[in-house]
Design a protein around this ligand. Structure first.
Ligand code: SF4
Ligand code: SF4
Length: 83
């Protein structure tokens, strides 16, 4: 599972990450940043393929990605939501 870390203060809500994500994995947050924009947020980490299109397309370098292995299928321990 891939977790996006999106800096809400860098995001200007251009929507490019959402447009280019092949799995519809991002949306606008309901919250505002200090500039008055609704920053992007990840919707379904389980669907994220880790393709990095959102990171590549973001003109404000607002997105970082981490691979979360705590919820791996082969794990023998019960995972949390990874938050
Ligand atoms: S890494 Fe790819 S699949 Fe995951 S949210 Fe970004 S564009 Fe979508
Ligand atoms: S591409 Fe970057 S600036 Fe544009 S909405 Fe996505 S995170 Fe925000």
């Amino acid at each position: 599972m891939f977790i996006l870390k999106i800096d809400p203060e860098r995001c200007k809500a251009c929507g490019l990450c959402m447009h280019f994500c092949p799995v519809g994995g991002l949306e606008y947050s309901e919250e505002f940043n200090s500039a008055g924009y609704h920053p992007a947020r990840q919707t379904n980490p389980e669907k994220c393929t880790g393709c990095r299109q959102c990171i590549i397309m973001c003109p404000d370098v607002a997105i970082e990605m981490y691979k979360d292995t705590t919820g791996a299928k082969a794990g023998s321990r019960t995972g949390t939501d990874g938050e």
